[in-house]
Design a protein. Structure first.
Length: 198
């Protein structure tokens, strides 16, 4: 069972529709006890870094997700869901993320924000989440990006004024800056790989 975290602003319905299309059993998680039936979780992300952290803490889900990480269980963060894996964000400087990885979330300064639309992901190394050639286009919608000293995390990069990590992975924790649920067949293939191979 795949649990989709709902904190009140995530794009959960598009993710659920994609999983339903792929015929994977899934459920919406709104409270900590809902996580008991899940064997893997997805944290979709839309909205502000600080708002998401506050909502997750208010419901008790923040602590439950931290426990999930400690147990090494499968996790996929999408867009803001990836950014929350890091320490903090320029968007909400006094609010701490999960801090699973070292790094800071910065706002794009070189080009128009938000970045909206299709952009290329260049693959730097093999990963079970990816089954295509060295580069592929996905759908993006975001104003902030990850800046991390942990270069070994980075599986794929994208250029938008600067080059930044768009796919990360360590152990059972995966994160993508784009929206696979809105990226057509290649996005569905990524979700399928995550479910079946990761």
């Amino acid at each position: 069972m795949i649990g989709i975290i709902d904190y009140g602003a995530g794009n959960i319905h598009s993710v659920k529709n994609a999983l339903d299309f792929l015929r994977y059993k899934n459920c919406i998680i709104k409270e900590p006890e809902d996580m008991r039936i899940a064997d893997r979780i997805i944290l979709p992300g839309v909205g502000a870094f600080g708002f998401a952290v506050k909502k997750l803490k208010h419901t008790g889900l923040f602590e439950k997700i931290m426990e999930w990480f400690k147990r090494g269980r499968p996790f996929l963060g999408i867009c803001l869901g990836l950014q929350l894996l890091f320490e903090s964000s320029e968007e909400s400087k006094k609010i701490k993320g999960f801090g699973i990885f070292k790094g800071f979330i910065k706002r794009f300064n070189e080009k128009k924000v938000p970045q909206i639309g299709w952009n290329n992901v260049d693959i730097l190394k093999k990963s079970p989440i990816l089954s295509f050639r060295k580069s592929q286009f996905f759908y993006f919608l975001h104003s902030y990006y990850v800046d991390t000293p942990e270069k070994e995390l980075i599986v794929g990069i994208t250029e938008y004024g600067i080059k930044y990590p768009s796919v990360i992975n360590r152990d059972n924790i995966y994160g993508v800056q784009f929206h696979p649920e809105k990226s057509g067949q290649v996005g569905l293939a990524l979700l399928k790989n995550w479910v079946e191979k990761c």
